[in-house]
Design a protein around this ligand. Structure first.
Ligand SMILES: O=C(O)[C@H](CS(=O)(=O)O)OP(=O)(O)O
Ligand SMILES: [Mg+2]
Length: 228
């Protein structure tokens, strides 16, 4: 298995058989908790306007996301896993629009298989791919934040699992996420819109019985829960 790690939201320079898009803080931790709260599927929107247009046609869908990390007017949910964890989303369709993870995913759909994860489902996702991918598969891991060490640390964690090496410890990864520039505003008491509880959930490894895979064939790309 040949693995390349790329950072940022733009299309990766090389194609691959499998792409794993990472957004630890917070988009795909949000997606993980949305499925845990019963969500059926999560469409990915390019822009706020596109998400609002989808809502006009499907008022039963729930819009989730952020601009600059903040809630969006007209959206039902924000980009806080702590808030999502308190919602009953049974059977709900979400439409997610975020700065890094969603954008990076929409720019990296050329692989046959595309998965998304935060840290909370990283081990499950890496193990699933390691156990199911062909030996000669090329894998791109996309750390979606252009400069954040949160996503890069998670990429290295996934790579170590794919390679079967124990070069990184989970405590090191968690500390890198907590120390990342992206995380600091969540520890700042002068930033009421950013809750420390989000970072607690973004750094908590869960042992879910599913991975999150992108269905590229639907009208809009959507994240589906694939049960193991
Ligand atoms: O809402 C988030 O956590 C981030 C925005 S920022 O990087 O914290 O400004 O968006 P995401 O697309 O989830 O990385
Ligand atoms: Mg992020």
């Amino acid at each position: 298995m040949q693995v390349n790690i790329y950072q940022g939201r733009t299309p990766s320079p090389e194609t691959a058989d499998i792409t794993i898009v990472i957004d630890v803080i917070r988009a795909f931790t949000v997606a993980h908790y949305a499925f845990l709260q019963g969500a059926y599927r999560i469409f990915l929107a390019e822009t706020v306007e596109q998400a609002l247009l989808i809502k006009e046609k499907h008022p039963e869908y729930l819009l989730a996301g952020e601009v600059g990390g903040l809630p969006i007017e007209g959206f039902d949910l924000d980009n806080s896993p702590y808030h999502i964890k308190g919602e009953n989303l049974k059977g709900k369709t979400l439409v997610q629009m975020t700065t890094n993870g969603v954008r990076a995913t929409l720019n990296n759909l050329s692989s046959e298989q595309v998965f998304v994860t935060g840290f909370s489902n990283a081990k499950q996702t890496a193990t699933f791919i390691k156990d199911n991918a062909k030996e000669k598969s090329k894998v791109n891991i996309i750390a979606s934040h252009p400069s954040g060490d949160d996503d890069l640390a998670c990429a290295e964690y996934i790579n170590s699992i794919l390679k079967g090496s124990d070069t990184v410890t989970i405590d090191e990864i968690i500390k890198r996420i907590q120390d990342s520039s992206v995380a600091q505003k969540f520890f700042d008491r002068n930033e009421p819109n950013f809750k420390e509880e989000d970072i607690l959930l973004c750094t908590k490894e869960l042992h879910s019985d599913f991975v999150m895979k992108v269905n590229k064939l639907s009208r809009f790309p959507m994240i589906e829960r694939v049960n193991l």
